[in-house]
Ligand binder design. Structure first.
Ligand SMILES: [Zn+2]
Length: 380
């Protein structure tokens, strides 16, 4: 079996996050970047033994040309200034464009997009996390109709605001079974959310009838503008009730004809629901499946397995590469290195099995790494 060589294809990372302005220094703060768990014992005892972490330490040792252990690579990384570290890693990843979720980490903690683009030698495009916008509007307006109106106004021309996509985290707040609620229930949820915002000065929007109601406002605007929306699906945040984060739960939204002009990107290969996500990409014209190689934190073999599963059922025109890298540049970098390699190896297997010719496999590799995202998000 000969792998398809995708090394020279510049990639579009269709979903990632900002990189922390102040990089972690100590081992605990560093390890925290490689788990979704909030249990303190996870970082102390267990993170260091995941396959991803062992592979990362070895790759970093090769990159920094130092001994292959955690102390040595952390010393080597502290030995470079943060800008040089970020620039060297991201340039080595051959990135053409980063699509950056502005919702996390908070903007004041990350390297500004323009500066990140300069360091990495790539273009950057912002994506709007709709729940953050909703929270601001609920804090600012005392009545539900005013929030709906303000939300509509804020989204009236999303591209003119500079965004290439919307992003929703409903999966780990209230679930993907987004419903239509009677006015009374939406109002009661709004009153509750307002109380929280006013009394605590902060709002974590997890009031289902309200969030669902506002999401329908977002969907109407997105559909009118053919604006893609990314949904977090499956693995990712400890908040997620994984049973409610199954992409099959999106059925009501997918079946709504009025929303068919809104492209839907299911993030993180819907892990562990990759087959479900790939199936949806195969049956709904407007559904795309993101293949993310930085987070979830998986071993190489498991990433190869989800890649195979996705190619097995979804059209290759529906698959998009990402890292979901966040905080430290190593995630964006190693994802690019290994995502490219896994795609090349998987396509090599597919050629050996007779599904694609070499030329078709090369085109499919370029499509997943770059061309599909360029077209979908109108990056040209
Ligand atoms: Zn993300």
């Amino acid at each position: 079996m000969t792998a398809i060589d995708l090394t020279d294809i510049p990639l579009v990372d269709n979903h990632c996050h900002g990189i922390l302005r102040r990089q972690p220094v100590g081992v605990a703060a560093w390890r925290e970047r490689f788990t979704e768990s909030r249990d303190p014992g996870m970082q102390r005892e267990h993170v260091g033994t995941t396959l991803l972490y062992r592979r990362l330490i070895r790759e970093m040792a090769a990159f920094f040309d130092c001994a292959s252990n955690e102390d040595a690579v952390l010393d080597a990384r502290r030995g470079r200034d943060d800008d040089a570290l970020i620039g060297d890693l991201l340039r080595a990843a051959r990135i053409e464009a980063l699509l950056i979720d502005q919702g996390y980490p908070p903007p004041d903690q990350v390297v500004p997009d323009a500066e990140l683009g300069r360091l990495a030698g790539c273009r950057t495009f912002p994506m709007l996390r709709v729940e953050v916008l909703m929270q601001e509007l609920i804090a600012a307006h005392g009545i539900l109709d005013a929030v709906v109106e303000a939300l509509q106004a804020a989204l009236v021309d999303v591209r003119a605001e500079g965004y290439v996509a919307l992003k929703s985290i409903a999966a780990y707040r209230t679930g993907l079974d987004i419903q239509t609620w009677p006015r009374q229930e939406a109002q009661a949820a709004f009153d509750e959310a307002r109380r929280q915002a006013v009394e605590t000065g902060a709002l974590r929007l997890a009031h289902k009838p309200l969030l669902d109601t506002l999401l329908h406002v977002v969907f109407r605007e997105a559909a009118r503008q053919d604006m893609p929306i990314q949904f977090h699906v499956g693995y990712g945040d400890a908040d997620a009730d994984m049973l409610r984060a199954n992409p099959l739960r999106l059925r009501a939204v997918l079946e709504e004809r009025a929303y068919r002009s809104m492209p839907i990107v299911l993030l993180h290969e819907c892990y562990p629901y990759t087959r479900e996500g790939a199936y949806l990409a195969a049956v709904y014209e407007n559904v795309y499946l993101d293949l993310s190689y930085g987070i979830p934190f998986l071993g190489y073999g498991e990433m190869a397995a989800f890649t195979r599963a996705a190619f097995g059922v979804a059209p290759t025109s529906k698959l998009l590469y990402s890292s979901d890298g966040v905080g430290v540049p190593e995630l964006h970098w190693m994802s690019a290195l290994h995502g490219r390699r896994i795609l090349g190896e998987t396509l090599g297997e597919i050629v050996a099995q007779g599904d694609l010719s070499v030329t078709e496999a090369e085109a499919a590799g370029a499509a997943v790494l770059r061309d599909n995202a360029t077209r979908l998000y109108r990056l040209d």
